[in-house]
Write a protein that binds this ligand. Structure first.
Ligand SMILES: *Cc1c(COP(=O)(O)O)cnc(C)c1O
Length: 403
């Protein structure tokens, strides 16, 4: 025994071995990891994001406060379920809603929320889906609201029942109807608007779910959309809110949030077990939301307008160039610069401009809605100083094509 103790003591005083076990050395090693150029090592070239919050382009940059929270939480063990409860309660308090949970992105929220409407808290049903034998199996949606993300609802096995009018909706409702899904960014396309959708859901006692993923900013939407009365609402965590890219928020009725929780990790036998959210993401999402709500939104918006003007001004005096600042009404409700020109006077297509900017030095990604008539620049993901770089490069590319 005394031999063993002295062996351990001598270990810890030996410079090399002792050092290996010290937190000091671990800290040093971590610092070296923090400084590594991972993208460079992997042959991945970072770019200036003049596009916006696109998942493919890694969306937004996570808030430094959220990264700090992520790191701090990585150092201890906790009960995941209890942490889920506590973070959910905090977020519910922040957003002034009955209940909330962090999900694996808004898409994860759509799966968990739909599953909740199908299973409630019935364990047998939770384990059974996507086999819907004996369960409800239909989700009503306006035809114009169909979009790729509704796949996340269909994952649960449900069938989308498309309707176009209130009369059609009334006819479509039956004992198999589990939920009424609303794609908020497509509200203008449908004949039934949000408040009426909610009223119809209440009338037929069918839960309503609004996908508001990309609809923040403005910050007020975090509060206003749930207030319309949807039973469930989701927002992406990794878009405008600048939380972890793979996190999202689901808010709404307590019983449904509880059921949604039972349909995902840490419960092994659940449809969304693969949509796990780790402890670091849970807290990091909460912190990102805190920071986002508190920020000076008016000042940030002004800065975005300034960037759009700066880039627009840099090309405005080239022959036939027209610039316009557009703020989409719902999703991505931030200034976007549209640039068009007479392509017989400046002999380049907007898509070719986009390609040259992406292939140039530094690489700059323009907004994917760039088409044959206009180049589109999303300014909200630009970092300090980058608007000037984009302005200069855009002018270069356009100028070199002047006939
Ligand atoms: C981005 C988006 C989603 C998915 O959000 P994630 O947080 O990336 O999972 C779902 N619906 C709409 C309308 C979106 O724009």
């Amino acid at each position: 025994m005394s031999n063993r103790r002295s062996f351990i003591q001598s270990l810890s005083t030996m410079p090399v071995l002792g050092g290996l076990f010290s937190t000091y050395a671990a800290g040093k090693a971590a610092q070296a990891y923090a400084k590594r150029d991972y993208f460079g090592e992997l042959g991945i070239k970072p770019f200036i994001n003049a596009a916006g919050t696109y998942t493919m382009l890694t969306s937004s940059l996570i808030a430094p406060e959220a990264v700090a929270a992520y790191e701090a939480c990585s150092k201890k063990f906790v009960h995941l379920g209890k942490l889920h409860d506590a973070v959910g309660a905090k977020i519910a308090e922040m957003l002034k809603v009955e209940a909330a949970m962090v999900t694996s992105g808004a898409a994860g929220a759509i799966t968990c929320g739909t599953a909740a409407c199908l299973t409630g808290k019935d364990n047998k049903a939770i384990q059974q889906i996507p086999d819907l034998t004996g369960l409800k199996s239909e989700v009503i949606i306006q035809k114009s609201h169909r979009n790729g993300y509704d796949h996340a609802a269909r994952t649960t096995g449900i069938r989308m029942v498309e309707i176009e009018t209130v009369a059609e909706l009334e006819r479509a409702v039956n004992e198999k109807t589990a939920m009424m899904f609303f794609a908020n960014f497509l509200e203008p396309e449908g004949t039934i608007k949000g408040a009426e959708w909610v009223a119809l859901g209440k009338k037929h006692k069918i839960p309503t779910f609004a996908d508001c993923s990309a609809d923040v900013p403005p910050v007020e939407n975090l509060f206003n959309y749930p207030k319309i009365g949807y039973d469930l609402v989701t927002f992406s965590g990794g878009k405008g809110i600048c939380g972890p890219q793979s996190a999202g928020i689901l808010v709404g009725r307590r019983d449904l949030i509880e059921a949604a929780r039972l349909n995902t990790s840490p419960y092994s036998d659940s449809i969304a077990r693969g949509m796990k959210v780790n402890k670091e993401e849970l807290v990091s999402m909460m912190v990102a939301l805190e920071v986002f709500i508190k920020r000076d939104h008016a000042a940030v918006f002004k800065e975005w307008e300034h960037r759009a003007k700066q880039i627009g001004d840099a090309v405005a005096n080239l022959p036939t160039v027209k610039t316009m600042v557009d703020v989409p009404p719902i999703a991505n409700h931030v200034p976007h610069l549209h640039i068009s020109w007479d392509q017989t006077k400046i002999k380049i297509t907007p898509n070719e401009v986009k390609k040259q900017m992406a292939d140039g030095e530094p690489a700059i990604e323009l907004n994917p809605s760039t088409d044959k008539d206009k180049a589109v620049i999303g300014v909200w993901m630009l970092q300090p100083g980058e608007a000037a770089v984009v302005a200069k490069r855009l002018r270069e590319v356009l100028k070199s094509a002047v006939a």
